[in-house]
Design a protein. Structure first.
Length: 130
C-alpha cells in the first residue's frame, strides 16, 4: 500500500463538504492531512500500481524551454498520486538538485557512479515520498 496526497480542495469536493470545514479539521488534526508550503493535502492509502514502470525523458537543445520545471512538477504530481518517482538531474547546472536544497555539487564530477553516495538532502528539504 502507498500513500497518495490529494489536494484538500479536491478531497472536500469529492466528500461533499466545504473546503473551510475540511481545512479546520486538518488544523485540528482530525483529518489525516499535511501542509506543504501554503497548501493542504489529505493523505490517503492506495494500492500500489501493477505492471512495469514508465520512463519519461525530457530533452531539447533549447535553453529556457521549461524542462526542469516540467520534470519537477511531473515528478511531484506522480508522487502525490502514490507513484514511485526517481528524478535524475543530468544537467550540469543542477537546477533540479538545487530545487531539492542540495547546493554543493562538484562541478568537475556532477554525477556519481553506482555504489558511490552523492550529497544527501538536508533534513528538512521539503516533502518526501517513499
Amino acid at each position: 500500500m502507498r500513500e497518495k496526497l490529494t489536494p484538500l480542495s479536491v478531497w472536500a469536493r469529492q466528500q461533499g463538504v466545504s473546503e473551510s470545514l475540511a481545512r479546520m479539521r486538518a488544523r485540528e488534526g482530525v483529518l489525516n492531512a499535511v501542509r506543504l508550503g501554503r497548501y493542504w493535502y489529505v493523505r490517503e492509502v492506495v494500492e500500489e500500481p501493477k505492471g512495469p514502470g514508465q520512463v519519461f525523458t525530457l530533452f531539447t537543445h533549447a535553453g529556457g524551454a521549461g524542462k526542469t520545471s516540467l520534470a519537477r512538477d511531473l515528478g511531484f504530481e506522480l508522487a502525490s498520486r502514490g507513484r514511485k518517482v526517481l528524478l535524475v538531474d543530468a544537467d550540469p547546472q543542477a537546477n533540479l538538485t538545487a530545487w531539492w536544497g542540495v547546493y554543493e555539487v562538484d562541478e568537475g564530477n556532477p554525477s556519481y557512479p553506482p555504489g558511490k553516495r552523492g550529497p544527501t538532502l538536508p533534513p528538512d528539504s521539503g516533502p518526501t515520498w517513499t
